[in-house]
Write a protein that binds this ligand. Structure first.
Ligand code: ATP
Ligand code: MG
Length: 246
C-alpha cells in the first residue's frame, strides 16, 4: 500500500569517513552520498555485504558515530531536528524519547538483573517501577526467557538469552524511531517469530524502523523496502596499501 505519509526521517547526501588517529591519521571512507527517507509505520531493511557500513549508519543515527557530511533530519509536527550537528548534551534525551536501538550485542551492566535492564528505558522517562516491571516481565515472557532468569544479571546468559533481553529493552520504550542491528541473529525459529510479531506490532502503532537482518525469511516478513548500500560504498579508496601517511 502506498500512502502519502510524510517521512519521519530523511537522510540526505550522507558521508562517513573514519579518521584513525592511532594510525597516523589514516582515513577510511565508508559511505558517500547516501540518501533515504523513512515514514512512520515503515520498516526499511539495509542490505549489503559485511563491512559495507550498515551498522555505521545506525550508529550515526544513534549519535555514537559522528557524521562527516550531509544531513540526518527528524520531522516533528512542530518542525525539523537536524541530527548531524546536534550537541552531545542533546543526545541522551533524544535516545530516551525518540530513537530506540537494539544493538547486535547486549551491553551488560554488572549486577543489574535482566528484568531491570529491560525496565530501565521506562524508568528513565519517569514511569513508576510498579508499572514498568509488569511490562518488562510480559515482554520477557513473550520472548520465552525462563522466569528463573529474570532476577539474574544477564552477564552469564547464553548469546540468544542476552539478545532477547536486548530486544525486550529495545521494544519496551515504543520509540517513534527504532534501529535494529541484527536482532534475530542468535535466535531460534520460535523466538525469531516473536521478534517478527513485535516488529509488526510496532509498525501498526506507527514506529519507523531501520533494520539489518541477515535471515532472508525474517527480512521478507518485515521489510517494506530494501536499501542496498553497495552504491554508496567507495571502492575501498583508502585500502591500507593505498595509504601514504604524510
Ligand atoms: N569505529 C570505527 N573505526 C574505524 N573503522 C570503523 C569503525 N567502525 C566501523 N568501521 C569500518 O567501517 C566499515 C563498515 O563497518 P560496519 O560495522 O558498518 O559494517 P556492516 O555493514 O555493519 O558489516 P557486518 O554485516 O559485518 O555487521 C568497516 O570497514 C569497518 O571496519
Ligand atoms: Mg554490522
Amino acid at each position: 500500500m502506498t500512502t502519502m505519509t510524510q517521512p519521519f526521517l530523511s537522510v540526505a547526501s550522507l558521508d562517513k569517513t573514519f579518521v584513525l588517529h592511532g594510525q597516523g591519521g589514516l582515513r577510511l571512507e565508508v559511505m558517500r552520498d547516501l540518501s533515504l527517507t523513512l515514514a512512520p509505520g515503515e520498516c526499511l531493511v539495509l542490505a549489503g555485504r559485511s563491512g559495507i557500513g550498515k551498522s555505521t549508519l545506525l550508529k550515526m543515527l544513534h549519535g555514537s558515530y559522528r557524521v562527516s557530511g550531509g544531513s540526518l533530519q527528524l520531522h516533528f509536527e512542530d518542525g525539523e531536528l537536524e541530527l548531524a550537528d546536534l550537541s552531545p548534551q542533546a543526545w541522551p534525551a533524544l535516545r530516551r524519547e525518540v530513537i530506540g536501538y537494539v544493538s547486535q550485542f547486549l551491553r551488560v551492566v554488572p549486577r543489574v538483573p535482566a528484568v531491570e535492564v529491560v525496565m530501565e528505558p521506562l524508568l528513565a522517562r519517569g514511569v513508576d517501577a510498579a508499572e514498568a516491571r509488569p511490562r518488562a516481565e510480559a515482554l520477557l515472557a513473550r520472548l520465552n526467557l525462563p522466569e528463573r532468569l529474570w532476577s539474574l544479571p544477564p552477564g552469564t546468559f547464553s548469546g540468544g538469552e542476552q539478545q532477547r533481553v536486548n530486544i525486550a529493552r529495545g521494544f519496551i520504550g515504543e520509540h517513534p524511531l527504532l534501529l535494529l542491528d541484527e536482532p534475530t541473529a542468535s535466535l531460534d525459529a520460535a523466538n525469531r517469530d516473536v521478534v517478527v510479531e513485535l516488529i509488526r506490532e510496532a509498525k501498526a502503532r506507527g514506529t519507523a524502523m531501520l533494520g539489518i537482518f541477515h535471515d532472508e525469511d525474517v527480512r521478507e516478513r518485515v521489510a517494506d523496502r530494501l536499501l542496498p548500500l553497495d552504491r554508496h560504498m567507495l571502492a575501498r579508496a583508502s585500502a591500507p596499501d593505498a595509504q601514504e601517511t604524510p
